[in-house]
Design a protein around this ligand. Sequence first.
Ligand SMILES: [Mg+2]
Length: 194
Amino acid sequence: MFRGIVFDLDGTLADSRLDFAAMRTETGCPEGTGLLEFLEHLDSDTERARAHSVIHKYEMQGAERATWIDGAESLCSLLVKRSMPFGLFTRNSREAALLMMESLGIPTPVLVAREDAAAKPDPEGLLHIAGHFELDTAEMLCVGDFRYDLEAAANAGMPSCLFDPTGDSPHAPLADFVINRFDELAQLLFGDSP
Ligand SMILES: [Mg+2]
């Protein structure tokens, strides 16, 4: 049914325990505004640079202590085994994302990070990954844990799957599929478990 996957990184494959509350306090970003959107709308370059360095500091700390989300590692191994291509599209910096990929050993050659494309919910990164694998967006599945992932998918014409480990995500109505655990994704993709 699907011929390729795009994963979000933070909160989907990896848990870096990013302290968004502390990041908001330290940057002055109000609740309800995305950090990257906040950054973009700051008036002065100095303020932007300062807020950027705060975000970078937290992202790198998070990347260093990141762990696999339960079930994500075996799902990735299954994708490799079944030759199902997958890429990563993240709002994190390339440096932080690479550090996470390296320390966890996430087996994908395709990473679209903050510097590489407009941030989600813009679909640019999804279109890039689909192009890389020479697949149509409609043949792929975008898997993420947040509204931005699902909105980017909708904007790219790509089916979406919400990873909702607690089962109470308010974003579920935006998703084509909802999973609580990764063996459900294996089931959805291949009709079996990892
Ligand atoms: Mg996420």
